[in-house]
Design a protein around this ligand. Sequence first.
Ligand SMILES: [Fe+2]
Length: 287
Amino acid sequence: MPNVCKKQREKWRHIKDLDIPQCSHGQVELLLGANVSEAVIQQEVRLFDGDTYTYTYLVGDRSTGEAALIDPVIDQVTRDLQVVSDLGLTLKYAVNTHMHADHVTGSGLLKQHVPSCRSVIAAASGARADVRLSAGDIVTVGGLQLETRATPGHTNGCVSYVLHAAGLVFTGDAVLIRGCGRTDFQEGDSGTLYDSVHREIFSLPDHFTVLPAHDYRGFTSSSVAEEKTLNPRLTLSREQFIKFMEDLKLDYPKYIDEALPANRACGLQELSSNHRALFEKLSAARA
Ligand SMILES: [Fe+2]
């Protein structure tokens, strides 16, 4: 992932201090798919974690009340559960695009709070979860179907989820807006990333909206057509892309030592004291 300068990070921290994530339509943006079939009443809510620049997406079917959170962050579980409740939805799945290195997944904590919720991740990630997916598997949320596409390269177990009915693709760290996830750890492989993105994402219809797991510059979404033609990394030749990624020389990820062991165990094991305190606070509130 690209480095973020100190000034920008401070700016985001200031915004976070203002508690904007709790403001219902500042960091919480409600989108209705334009191409959704009339039989399926769908909604997708985009949420943001200002510390790790992570987007979490809530996908729900209002006709059945079922919902899934894609890439939940443990520190934002209270907010996410509030949005799910506010919208009258019930959480069926906590879905992960991959085993993250920059934050602890909210999956485990969400499962503690909503016992019927099932955690989901690709089997190839090596992480523990209730549902371990393979390419082609469908995650069903009410009348919505998320198709699993294998998009390895950032990690071995990266997948993207395609919501064909709404023209959306949740790309995790495989495709970021005008960028891509780093490939220098977690079995990352630049050639594999280049091939999987071109095969699985750039073959989707041009108008499909690209929804990444992170953004560091304020972008909120893009399209397949935009990334196919404007992404400065993924429009390079394969050889140029591999060289470009090799030359990035990125810093060691800030939270990786904490995040990977926790995420390998669905986000509930080996929690830091802060995360443990959050978990205990939520547990006490439920008692
Ligand atoms: Fe990642």
